[in-house]
Design a protein around this ligand. Structure first.
Ligand code: NAG
Ligand code: NAG
Ligand code: NAG
Length: 498
């Protein structure tokens, strides 16, 4: 301030006609202009009050209980209202990029389920900079966090998941892909109002598992709404990337069966029986097909379907875990039994750590979550009731891929090749069904002188595998996961030689 006042005095001097120090005065005038300019700029970035910035500052998380003292993490969390009328609000956790956040893109991450939390999975177990430690008492810094290259936004979606809630309970009976996309879109628009410095930023949308449905449908909605130039809510969307994504029921089911057989999980007899009993072209499976498919899932009961070569998590059968297992089994009998196992990489061990941590009152306070105790129960990694009530009305998102490929967006699909739930075989069928011309043949990519996976580039999209990773690639293969993200976001070429 003192320098500005001094400069202002110089300016007055300059206006006096017979000044003996003309050169110095002109120099001072330039200085004043520079000062004015920079103070206007900083006003724009950090106003004292008002607008999105003060709300944004209110969402800043200074420090979470049990967080490591270093490195520093710039983070925000809070609620964004998506429907005033019904009182629906979605919860987010946002991390600025570790360096030069003003030059890095914005990356939204979504987990699937339906019903699983992007905070419990994506942020706190997979790719966030702060992951819940093994006993659930605190947090650990993740050196392969994806906010090394992007400003990273985790959204708990839809309402009823994690800390996200609705004041109109009938909303929870209406959840389907369309509903989820609308709310996520309104979230984005309103979040960008709160964080206006990201309004023009390049945006990418990412997710895994059932988010294979959420992501392309949200991208489609943004793309369509962007056409309305008058609405003044243009979003600078550049592309999307999905991992082990549910994409097309027919191909994904066929892939699941062939994967179980080709990885020695089921007998020839079961495989032959399914080939006879099931026609995956129709979504209404016959009883015979359901029964045959159940015999596959039974073979997966004692191994981890989401990572078939990993040791299975065998938690002490606490009542909570037992209840979830019970819910799985009870639902076997129900109509939608084939969908019930769609849980996004459900792992009783990780889930219990996250549930321990995020239910602590001091964590919730520091996190701006559940302020007036609006949650009907405890925070959960996955909500069984959302999964049960979800209306699976979309069978394939491949037509959306075709449309968005034509629109010129950057589109990537990656697959951990040890996942038995949404296996790489089904994803290959899906990508092949798009009928795109090949640009670069299927070939290995390398990291640390090992084959990290394979990739194939089409005109319009890229498919990448991660060797030995399961359903949750960033958890199973963190370094490979980050290399993949670098390639996607920065256009870095994969190493194709050892
Ligand atoms: C939901 O209701 C609570 C209690 O009346 C209120 O504080 C909150 O603001 C409402 N949420 C929304 C998103 O309107
Ligand atoms: C399933 O739907 C198809 C096509 O709509 C129909 O032809 C078939 O009879 C149905 N099968 C069952 C078992 O309901
Ligand atoms: C499920 O969603 C579809 C498509 O939006 C809709 O037509 C149908 O009525 C819904 N079913 C239920 C039971 O809500």
């Amino acid at each position: 301030m003192a320098t500005e006042e001094a400069a202002a005095r110089w300016l007055l001097l300059l206006l006096l006609p017979q000044s003996p120090h003309r050169k110095q005065l002109i120099f001072a005038l330039l200085l004043v202009l520079l000062l004015l300019f920079t103070s206007l700029q900083s006003l724009h970035c950090y106003p004292a009050a008002g607008g999105g910035y003060s709300e944004q500052e209110a969402d800043r998380v200074a420090f979470l209980p049990g967080q490591p003292r270093s490195p520093q993490v710039s983070q925000f969390s809070g609620y964004i209202t998506v429907s005033r009328q019904n009182g629906r609000a979605l919860f987010y956790w946002f991390f600025e990029a570790q360096a030069l956040p003003s030059q890095k893109p914005l990356l939204l991450w979504l987990n699937g389920g339906p019903g699983c939390s992007s905070i419990g999975y994506g942020a706190a177990s997979e790719l966030g900079p702060l992951r819940v430690s093994r006993n659930g008492d605190g947090l650990e810094f993740n050196k392969f966090a994806w906010n090394r290259e992007a400003n990273l936004l985790f959204l708990e979606s839809p309402v009823g998941v994690g800390f996200s809630y609705t004041n109109t309970s009938s909303d929870l009976t209406k959840l389907n892909d369309g509903f989820v996309a609308e709310d996520a879109y309104n979230f984005l628009v309103n979040w960008l109002d709160r964080f206006p410095q990201y309004k023009d930023r390049e945006l990418y949308i990412s997710g895994e598992s059932y988010a294979g449905h959420y992501v392309p449908q949200l991208v489609d909605l943004v793309y369509e709404n962007n056409k309305d130039k008058m609405a003044n809510r243009y979003i600078n969307l550049k592309g999307f990337i999905v991992g082990n994504p549910l994409t097309d029921d027919q191909y994904d089911s066929k892939g699941l069966v062939e994967y179980a057989w080709s990885h020695a999980v089921v007998s020839d007899a079961i495989y032959e029986r399914i080939k006879k009993a099931c026609n995956f072209k129709f979504s209404n499976w016959t009883d015979d097909c359901n029964e045959a498919m159940n015999s596959i899932f039974r073979q997966y009961q004692d191994i981890d379907i989401y990572n078939i070569y990993a040791p299975k998590c065998n938690p002490a059968q606490t009542s909570k875990v037992a209840a979830v297992n019970h819910a799985f089994e009870a639902s076997d009998q129900e109509q939608f039994s084939r969908r019930i196992r769609m849980f996004s990489g459900y792992d009783a061990c990780y889930s219990s750590y996250a549930e321990k941590y995020f239910n602590k009152p001091d964590v919730q306070t520091a996190f701006h979550a559940n302020g007036n105790g609006m949650l009907p129960g405890k925070w959960k990694v996955c909500s069984e009731s959302i999964l049960r009530s979800y209306n699976f009305s979309v069978l394939s998102v491949l037509p959306i891929y075709s449309k968005l490929i034509k629109a010129g967006l950057r589109i990537w699909l990656y697959s951990g090749d040890a996942d038995g739930r949404v296996p790489v075989i089904g994803s290959r069928y899906c990508v092949e069904a798009l009928g795109l011309p090949i640009k670069r043949e299927w070939q290995p990519w390398y990291l640390n002188r090992q084959v990290a996976g394979r990739f194939v580039e089409y005109h319009g999209m890229t498919m990448v595998t991660i060797r030995g990773a399961g359903h949750l690639v960033p958890l199973n293969k963190p370094e490979e996961g980050l290399a993949l993200m670098d390639a996607f976001l920065l256009g870095k070429q994969f190493f194709t030689h050892r």
